[in-house]
Design a protein. Structure first.
Length: 440
């Protein structure tokens, strides 16, 4: 994606954001018959909430643009260190053939593939054994272990890896043929400890998966792109992340102490002083939950895992003198994970109360219109900058009022359960083999 193609969308976004501020100024100066002080104060708080949301979008898009601009001027690597690709799998028989075949098509001169079977109970191990061997310079090894979880499976792979760099992915992921080349170039900087890839939803075609496709582009990748400008990406996604092996060994590899081992490892690297960057051209597609119940289970685990990871690294949150970037990253992460969902849920409740009980429908209309405009703007920018399908912009019209509200309610309950230390188990999402290679 060339920078000049993003600039018009950026200018449109800035103009619309300015228009939003003007609209708020008009609303606050308009004479409305407020029923009581509660309604007036609530309306002012809602306006402040939306102004914060506007500022959040503006900052994310602006820093995302700056990061995008940097990447377009970053040359490819001068050398090609060996990369060990790690694929931990558990009951992935339906999809593992597609995953391995995509890996064997990587346009990279020196890499190996380690397939770690974490005690699968289906035909996964039998299928993996068919690939073990040498293929025109690519060595594929199969590692078998009793079921110990994803973190320990990745650690087994890291210990067996012979590469200077380690690429970690999920068993349901298909990566673009040039992904390794684009990620490796960042390790020319000795301070870089890891690179996050660009994860997309590959099983589109249903409401929930299409909404997640927009969420990955607008909610996750936009944030990673902005964080990448500061080299402080706070979560290396499980489906697509490359690490300096020495850095992994320095921080103690993956841990099974949280339900978000990827997040915890990333924070450990940041606390250790490593730079974590984002590579938008390292594209991979993954299988997203296609049913609401599976989606909620996944987000419940993510939220609690993020809370656990922040708690384990909480000392760095207030260590401003030692590392202001890391402290700022952790504080922002805590705000986005816990405070923002609560604010969003409460704001929607207040809007419904004011509109329904007091009959001030203007508040409800303006609330919906502003949120819709903001999400359509963000969706437009992200779709253009990533060369995504234009149909995702349509989902922006009800993305926040419908999808994000459901997710935030789930996050609120997850946060309460984590604070109360309610016990939980890792629930693996059933794979349906719906990932399509056309999305890379």
């Amino acid at each position: 994606m060339k920078v000049r193609s993003v600039v018009p969308i950026l200018l449109i976004a800035i103009a619309l954001f300015i228009s939003a501020f003007v609209l708020y100024a008009l609303i606050l100066t308009t004479e409305i018959n407020w029923p009581n002080t509660f309604v007036y104060v609530s309306s002012v708080i809602l306006a402040i909430f939306l102004i914060i949301l506007i500022l959040r979008y503006m900052l994310l898009i602006w820093f995302s643009y700056l990061s995008h601009h940097e990447k377009t001027h970053l040359p490819l690597a001068q050398r090609w260190p060996k990369v060990s690709v790690l694929v931990p799998v558990y009951n992935e028989g339906k999809i593992i053939d597609t995953t391995v075949r995509a890996l064997m098509r990587q346009d990279y001169p020196d890499y190996e593939i380690l397939l770690i079977n974490d005690g699968s109970q289906d035909d996964t191990f039998r299928k993996l054994l068919r690939y073990q061997g040498d293929y025109e310079g690519i060595t594929i090894k199969v590692i078998q272990q009793v079921n110990r979880g994803k973190a320990q499976a990745l650690n087994a792979g890291i210990q067996a890896a012979s590469g200077e760099l380690v690429f970690c992915m999920d068993g349901d992921t298909i990566i673009k043929p040039d992904a390794l080349r684009f990620m490796v170039r960042h390790f020319e900087d000795a301070r870089v400890g890891a690179v996050a890839g660009n994860v997309k939803v590959g099983n589109r075609g249903r409401l929930w998966t299409d909404l997640q496709a927009l969420e990955y582009v607008e909610g996750l990748n936009l944030a990673r792109q902005a964080q990448g400008f500061f080299a402080a990406v706070n979560i290396i996604p499980g489906p697509c992340g490359m690490f300096r092996k020495r850095a992994l060994e320095e921080v103690g590899l993956y841990e099974s102490t949280t339900f978000a081992e990827d997040c915890h490892l990333t924070l450990k690297l940041l606390v250790q002083g490593y730079r974590i960057v984002y590579e938008p051209e390292a594209i991979c597609v993954t299988e997203a939950p296609s049913k609401l119940i599976d989606l909620l289970k996944q987000r419940y685990r993510w939220t609690r895992g993020i809370m656990q990871s922040i708690r384990l690294n909480r000392r760095a949150m207030f260590a401003w003198r030692e590392s202001p970037t890391t402290s700022g990253t952790l504080l922002y992460m805590g705000f986005e994970a816990f405070i923002w969902p609560v604010m969003n849920v409460l704001a929607n409740i207040v809007v419904l109360v004011i509109a329904g009980y007091y009959g001030i429908t203007l508040i409800l209309i303006l609330w919906w219109a502003q949120l819709t405009m903001l999400d359509v703007i963000a969706a437009l920018y992200c779709v253009v900058s990533e060369g995504e399908s234009n149909r995702l912009i349509i989902y922006g019209t009800f993305y926040r009022m419908f999808f994000i509200l459901i997710i935030d309610v789930c996050k609120v309950f997850s946060t309460i359960d984590e604070l109360l230390k309610v016990s939980m188990t890792w629930e693996k999402i059933t794979r349906r083999g719906g990932v399509k290679e056309q999305w890379i």
